[in-house]
Design a protein around this ligand. Structure first.
Ligand code: COA
Length: 254
């Protein structure tokens, strides 16, 4: 890791598998700008580092991530395209090395949409996921407006992205977002075993295969994310969204 990296992203390398561990348990692993920046840098560096053959993303035993830090949403100042979250999404969408995710606890917002850019996803049987954008007065991001309907069909996508209710890991598997659902304690060891299996294969063959698998989908991905971002930014500034987010942050003091 580099000196400027966030201490809330732990990184380690084990037999070709770089583990990126989101570790901010007191805030349910909510992602700050510094954490996105560190994740984006790690993904970009991994792409050119021959020692890294596979990336494994994990969170804490009770939370993968509760998504974007709501405080940062309210303080958004940067030019939209320069936001660290956007840089992270570009890095994960274009990652050359295979990405494996181990999901325990909860995965909210970008915690779920980032899974669309992973290659293998393992989740705990008691984990839940949520795409709560409309409930926050927002709209889909991370190319989820296209990738989710492509993956599961319009009606299922509308259920998840318009209603925005929590859904189980079992439903995520049924809808194609998750490869396997396992007892909570087995998720990380299982994901690591699969990551190590991928790392043991000829890396050029694996990376070429990933590129070919994603080629058709990736063609328009930057345009989709740019269109989503215009709308997301507009909605983020709306009084309705700001009131919903302020209410979340103040709920314990009221
Ligand atoms: N941004 C900022 N802070 C967050 C957060 C987020 N996304 N998610 C959780 N936190 C904070 C809480 O404010 C709380 O802080 P406090 O102890 O200083 O009050 C702490 O993390 C623990 O969260 P809490 O809500 O008490 O835990 P819970 O188990 O009752 O609920 C969640 C967990 C994830 C259901 C709930 O925190 C939540 O809905 N978070 C917001 C998710 C969200 O809207 N993300 C944006 C998606 S686009």
């Amino acid at each position: 890791m580099h000196a400027s990296d966030s201490p809330e992203i732990l990184s380690s390398l084990d037999q070709g598998v770089q583990i990126l561990h989101i570790c901010r348990p007191e805030k349910k692993n909510a992602l700050t700008r510094a954490m996105y920046r560190t994740l984006a840098d790690a993904l970009r560096r991994a792409d050119t580092d021959p020692a890294v053959r596979v990336i494994l993303m994990r969170g804490e035993p009770d939370c993968f991530t509760s998504g974007n830090d709501v405080n940062d949403f309210l303080e958004e100042e940067e030019h939209a395209a320069e936001r660290p979250a956007v840089q992270f999404l570009k890095a994960i969408a274009h990652a050359r090395k295979p990405l494996v995710a181990a999901v325990n606890g909860l995965a909210v917002g970008i915690g779920t949409t980032l899974l669309l850019h992973c290659d293998l996803v393992y989740a705990a049987e008691d984990a839940w996921l949520q795409l709560p954008f409309t409930r926050l007065g927002l709209c889909p991001e991370a190319a989820s407006s296209v990738l989710v309907p492509q993956l599961m069909g319009h009606q299922r996508a509308a259920e998840l992205l318009l209603l925005g209710e929590r859904f189980s890991a079992g439903k995520a598997r049924e809808y194609g977002l998750v490869n396997e659902v396992l007892p909570a304690a087995q998720v990380l060891p299982h994901a690591l075993a699969k990551a190590l299996a991928l790392a043991a294969l000829p890396s050029e063959a694996v990376q070429t295969s990933k590129h070919l698998l994603k080629r058709s989908q990736q063609a328009g991905i930057d345009d989709i994310m740019a269109l989503e971002l215009v709308n997301f930014t507009r909605l983020l500034r709306s009084p309705e969204a700001r009131a919903i987010m302020q209410a979340f942050l103040q709920r314990k003091s009221g």
